[in-house]
Design a protein around this ligand. Structure first.
Ligand code: SAM
Length: 235
């Protein structure tokens, strides 16, 4: 994603009550970082925050953590969240934003202690060159890491425009011991109720690119509730 420099981004985030400046300080006690003890969900690579701002402001019975590498996009996510919560007439008290390299999540989340009901990965970089595949956020080695941050029966929700990434991800999931709960190669044609589009989803769907979507979870969890096709509605 190409972004103009935003000199205001870091100061604005530093002054934001729902931006976590030192996420490592909360390692092992993220649940206590929220005003209400509620299930937690995590978005990896939240970008400009269209998805998480909409989801978190609507689903007040859940706490949300959204991670991205870049201050420039997190500052836009912060503004998006303020707009969405203002529209909902609610304080931003169930959402935290933070800057972190996802490859180094164990620096800020403690395996087995900081656990999420869902992890969302939306339109991550497809890293098309084979030698770069290991950097994909859905690669087998990353899926192994996410397993430690999911509650029992916790779910991974993944959307992409990229066919090769989607098909390869099915292989990564099998290798990492995840089972597929729902799978759609054209999410919008499926007409699932409650889908919240991301900014990349709007872009690619607007160009007529089918959006691929799946829900999966580690197989050591309890037996699945839903069959492979269909499954729970998004989000
Ligand atoms: C293609 S954008 C997608 C943004 C948004 N999820 C959407 O669907 O519109 C990918 C985002 O992931 C972030 N990202 C990529 N690799 C990352 C990493 N290793 N750690 C944290 N964020 C990362 C980028 O900064 C970017 O904002």
């Amino acid at each position: 994603m190409r972004l103009r420099r935003k000199p205001w981004a870091r100061p604005e985030l530093a002054a934001c009550p729902f931006f976590v400046d030192e996420p490592a300080a909360l390692r092992g006690r993220w649940a206590a970082a929220f005003s209400a003890p509620q299930p937690m969900e995590l978005e990896l690579g939240c970008g400009k925050g269209t998805f998480i701002a909409s989801l978190a402001s609507r689903r007040r019975e859940c706490n949300y953590v959204a991670v991205d590498l870049k201050s420039e996009v997190l500052a836009l996510a912060k503004r998006r969240a303020e707009e969405e919560y203002a529209r909902a007439g609610a304080p931003v008290d169930n959402l935290l934003l933070l800057s972190q390299d996802i490859e180094r999540l164990p620096l800020i989340f403690q395996p087995g202690a900081d656990r999420f009901r869902r992890i969302y990965i939306n339109f991550c970089n497809p890293w098309p060159k084979p030698r770069h595949h290991k950097h994909r956020l859905t690669h087998t080695r990353q899926l192994g890491m996410y397993r430690d941050f999911l509650i029992p029966r916790g779910e991974l929700h993944f959307k992409t425009d990229d066919d090769a990434l989607f098909e390869d991800t099915l292989g990564y999931l099998a290798q990492a011991g995840y089972e597929i709960l729902a799978l759609h190669r054209d999410l919008h044609a499926a007409g699932l109720p409650g889908n919240i589009p991301t900014e990349h989803e709007e872009l690619f769907a607007g160009r007529g690119v089918p959006i691929k979507y799946l829900i999966a979870r580690p197989m050591d969890a309890d037996p699945p509730l839903a069959g492979k096709e269909g499954g729970p509605a998004a989000p």
